[in-house]
Design a protein around this ligand. Structure first.
Ligand code: DCP
Length: 679
C-alpha cells in the first residue's frame, strides 16, 4: 500500500473558519434579548411556521434542527424563538448576513491570505505568520498560553485523563522536540485562537475553526467541535482521521461520486480508498478524479488558499415549487425583474465600494414540461455580456430567458404557441453576474478600462429613470456571442390579462439563496451542497448555441450583424485617441448598442435610450427622450480623467440647462453628440 509522502504543502498552516449558527447569531445581535435562548431563523413563507434554515445550539439540544418547520420546532421545544428572515422584493433579503460575513472576513484577513469561501466560511493561509512567530517568539518559549488556545482539540492527543485536557494541550504546544510541522501548527493554534477572540470582540459572533496542513483537512476539522472551538489535525493524525471518516462527509463526495464509490466499489470510509491503486481509480473515474481520490485517501491536497475577500460572483434566485410554478412569460418576467433589480443593486455597490465590474450575466432556470416524454431535458443556462443598469439587466435577462425557453420547448424560427401556458412551468429562476474584475486603478480608470476592452464602448444613453439609480456606465452588447443569441430568437407575445401576478405566491428557497450568495463554493452539511458556478461553463452554454443560432439568422439579421462588425472595427480603430466627445461623435448612439436592445425596443417599445436604433421610427422615438443632468452620479464623474471631467462639466453649465434642469429637447445628449453637430 502506498504511503503518504510528506510534501512541501505538508508544512503549510491552513485554517478553515466557520461561523456558528450564523443567521441566528446575526439575528441575536440585532435582538440581544434572544441571546442564550433556543432560537431559529425561518423562511418568510409562513406555511406551517416556515422552514428552519438556522438553528441555535441551545435549540439543537431540544431536537430542533434545520429543515423542520416552525410548527414542529414549537412542538419539540415550545420556548423556541422563531425569527423570520428579512424580506425584500418578495424574497429573502440576505444582505444583512452577507455584510455580517464581510465584517468577519475583514478581521480574519489581518493575519494571512484569506479566501472567503461562502457567506460564513473563510480559509486562511497562516504559514507566513506561523513561520514569523516561530522565528521571533516561538510558543515553546512562552510562559503562558492563552486560555482559548488551551481549549483546542488536538486530534491524536491522548486525552484519557479528561481532568487535565488543557494541560495536555499546553504540553503539546510547548514541546521542544516537536518536528517543524507540529511547531508550525502550534503557532497556528495561537494565531487562530487570537483571531477568533478578536472576531468575538469586534462583531459579537463566535466561530469555530480547523487548523491543519491543507484546506481539505482544515475544513474537515472545523466542523468537528462546535460551537466556538477549534480543532487541530497534526500530520501524524491524518491517517487515523481518514480511516474512519464516512466518505459522504468529504467535500465533493456527498453526491453521485460518493454513491458510486459506495455502491460500485464498496468504499464506505475515506480510508477504504487506500486499497485501490491509483490506476484502478483512474480507470473507473477518469485520470483527474482517480488521482484526486488517491490523494484524498492520503490526506493530500495541494489546493491553495486564494487571496479573495470578495465574492467571485453575485446572484439572485428564487424557487417556485409545485403549484407556484410560473406558467406564463409575463409571470417569469415579473420575477426576473425582481431578481435583476437585486442583482443590479449588488453590482452597483460592488462597483462603488470595491471598484469591481462584472462581465457576464447568466440566467439559470429549472423547468418542466407537462406533456413531454423528454422530461429529463434541462432548461439551458444562457449567458451574455453584462450591461450595467437595472433596466438593461432586466432586458437582457428576459431575452436570455426567452432564448432558453425556445430551446427548451424545442422550436426555432418564430413558431410560438402564443403567450399562454403551453405545457411548461418554471420552478426556479436565478440570475448571476460573474467574471468580476477590478477596474484598473489610477487616473481615468473607468475610461481606460472601457477603452481597453476590445468589445466595449460607452453606452451613455440611459433613460432618465435609470440615471439616478444606476451606475452611469454600461457594459456593451458588443460581443457577437451576445448578439447572436438574441438575433435569431422569435418573440413570445405577452398575454393581455394581468391575473398572473396573483397566481404567484411568494416563496423562498434559502438553500438556493445561499448558493447564490457570496462566493459559491462547495459546501456539504446536512445534505446542503453548494456548487461553483463557472462563468466559462455558463458562457459555454451560449457558445454551443452559436452555430445553431447562426443557421437561423434571417437576411436582415445578417445585415445587422455585418453593420455591427463594421462599427465595432471602427471603434477599435479609434480606441485610445479620443476623449468622450470624440468617442461619442464617432459613435452614433442611434446606430449603436445591442442587437438585443434593438430587437426588444422594436417589439415592446422600450424606453431604454442605450439601445440601438436602425429605423426612422426608432429615431423618432428617441427625440422624446429627456436627460436630467442633475442625475449624473458625481462619483462616476470623479472616475473620469480630468480633461473629460472638464468637458462634461462644461455641458452642465447653467446656460445649457432649461429651468427644470432638463436638457433642451433638441439638445439631448444623443443630439449633442450626433455626427452632424459641431462640437
Ligand atoms: N443556510 C440556509 N439554507 C441552508 C443552509 C444554510 O439558508 N440550507 C444559511 C443559514 C446558516 C448559514 O447559511 O446560518 C450558514 O450555514 P451553515 O451550514 O454554516 O450552518 P450554520 O452556520 O447555521 O450552523 P453551524 O454552526 O452548524 O455551521
Amino acid at each position: 500500500m502506498p504511503v503518504a509522502k510528506p510534501e512541501s504543502s505538508d508544512s503549510r498552516v491552513i485554517a478553515h473558519v466557520d461561523m456558528d449558527c450564523f443567521y441566528v447569531q446575526v439575528e441575536q445581535r440585532k435582538q440581544p434579548q434572544l441571546r442564550g435562548l433556543p432560537t431559529a431563523v425561518v423562511q418568510y413563507n409562513e406555511w406551517k411556521g416556515g422552514a428552519l434554515i438556522a438553528v441555535s445550539y441551545e435549540a439543537r439540544k431540544f431536537g430542533v434542527k434545520r429543515s423542520i418547520r416552525g410548527e414542529e420546532a414549537k412542538e419539540v421545544c415550545p420556548q423556541v424563538q422563531l425569527v423570520q428572515v428579512p424580506v425584500a422584493r418578495g424574497k429573502a433579503d440576505l444582505s444583512g448576513y452577507r455584510n455580517a460575513g464581510s465584517e468577519v472576513v475583514s478581521i480574519l484577513a489581518r493575519r494571512g491570505r484569506c479566501e472567503r469561501a461562502s457567506i460564513d466560511e473563510v480559509y486562511l493561509d497562516l504559514t507566513d505568520a506561523a513561520e514569523m512567530m516561530l522565528a521571533g517568539n516561538p510558543p515553546q518559549g512562552m510562559e503562558t498560553i492563552d486560555e482559548e488556545a488551551l481549549k483546542s482539540h488536538i486530534l491524536g492527543l491522548n486525552n484519557e485523563d479528561r481532568s487535565d485536557v488543557k494541560e495536555n494541550v499546553r504540553k503539546w504546544i510547548h514541546r521542544n522536540n516537536a518536528d517543524h510541522r507540529d511547531k508550525l501548527l502550534a503557532c497556528g493554534i495561537l494565531i487562530v485562537a487570537e483571531l477568533r477572540m478578536q472576531v468575538l470582540k469586534e462583531t459579537e459572533f463566535t466561530c469555530s475553526a480547523g487548523i491543519a496542513h491543507n484546506k481539505m483537512l482544515a475544513k474537515l476539522a472545523s466542523g468537528m467541535n462546535k460551537p466556538a472551538q477549534q480543532t487541530v489535525v497534526p500530520f501524524s493524525s491524518v491517517k487515523g482521521l481518514l480511516d474512519t471518516l464516512p466518505i459522504r462527509k468529504m467535500k465533493q463526495l456527498g453526491g453521485k461520486l460518493g454513491v458510486s464509490l459506495q455502491m460500485d466499489m464498496g468504499v464506505n470510509t475515506v480510508g477504504d480508498l487506500l486499497q485501490f491503486p491509483e490506476e484502478k481509480l483512474q480507470e473507473r473515474y477518469g485520470i483527474n478524479t482517480g488521482n484526486w481520490l488517491w490523494n484524498i485517501a492520503r490526506g493530500i491536497s495541494g489546493e491553495e488558499v486564494e487571496g479573495r475577500l470578495l465574492p467571485k460572483s453575485h446572484g439572485s434566485g428564487k424557487t417556485f415549487p409545485g403549484p407556484r410554478a410560473l406558467k406564463t412569460v409575463p409571470a417569469v418576467q415579473h420575477w426576473l425583474n425582481q431578481l435583476c433589480e437585486e442583482l443590479s443593486e449588488r453590482l452597483r455597490s460592488d462597483l462603488d465600494q470595491n471598484k469591481r465590474i462584472a462581465h457576464t450575466l447568466t440566467l439559470h432556470a429549472r423547468a418542466y414540461k407537462s406533456s413531454d416524454s423528454d422530461s429529463q431535458k434541462k432548461f439551458p443556462s444562457k449567458s451574455c455580456p453584462l450591461r450595467y443598469g437595472t433596466a438593461k439587466i432586466q432586458e437582457d435577462a428576459f431575452n436570455l430567458f426567452q432564448a432558453g425557453l425556445r430551446e427548451y420547448i424545442g422550436f426555432y424560427g418564430g413558431k410560438t404557441q402564443g403567450s399562454h401556458c403551453s405545457g411548461w412551468g418554471i420552478t426556479s429562476l436565478s440570475v448571476s453576474a460573474s467574471k468580476i474584475v477590478p477596474i484598473p486603478s489610477g487616473t481615468c480608470s473607468i475610461a481606460k478600462y472601457f477603452q481597453g476592452q476590445s468589445t466595449s464602448h460607452f453606452s451613455s444613453m440611459q433613460s432618465s429613470d435609470n440615471l439616478n439609480s444606476e451606475a452611469t456606465l454600461s457594459l456593451p452588447s458588443g460581443s457577437e456571442c451576445y448578439s447572436e443569441v438574441n438575433l435569431s430568437e422569435p418573440k413570445i407575445d405577452f398575454p393581455k390579462e394581468e391575473s398572473w401576478i396573483k397566481d404567484t405566491v411568494p416563496d423562498l428557497d434559502l438553500q438556493q439563496q445561499k448558493d447564490l450568495s457570496s462566493t459559491l463554493s462547495e459546501k456539504t452539511q446536512d445534505g446542503f451542497i453548494q456548487k461553483d458556478i463557472s462563468p466559462l461553463l455558463l458562457s459555454g452554454c451560449l457558445e454551443q448555441n452559436w452555430s445553431k443560432q447562426q443557421r437561423d439568422l434571417t437576411k436582415d439579421e445578417s445585415q445587422f450583424k455585418s453593420e455591427y462588425k463594421e462599427r465595432k472595427g471602427k471603434r477599435l480603430k479609434d480606441k485610445g485617441t479620443y476623449s468622450i466627445i470624440e468617442l461619442f461623435k464617432s459613435y452614433n448612439p442611434n446606430t449603436s448598442g445591442s442587437f438585443l436592445s434593438h430587437e426588444y425596443n422594436r417589439t415592446v417599445g422600450g424606453t431604454d435610450a442605450s439601445s440601438s436604433s436602425y429605423s426612422n421610427e426608432e429615431e423618432g422615438r428617441r427625440e422624446a427622450w429627456g436627460y436630467n443632468i442633475d442625475e449624473i452620479d458625481p462619483s462616476v464623474m470623479e472616475e473620469l480623467p480630468p480633461e473629460i471631467q472638464h468637458e462634461i462639466k462644461a455641458w452642465m453649465q447653467p446656460h445649457k440647462r432649461r429651468p427644470n434642469n432638463m436638457v433642451k429637447r433638441s439638445c439631448t445628449i444623443s443630439h449633442y453628440f450626433s455626427p452632424s453637430k459641431k462640437s
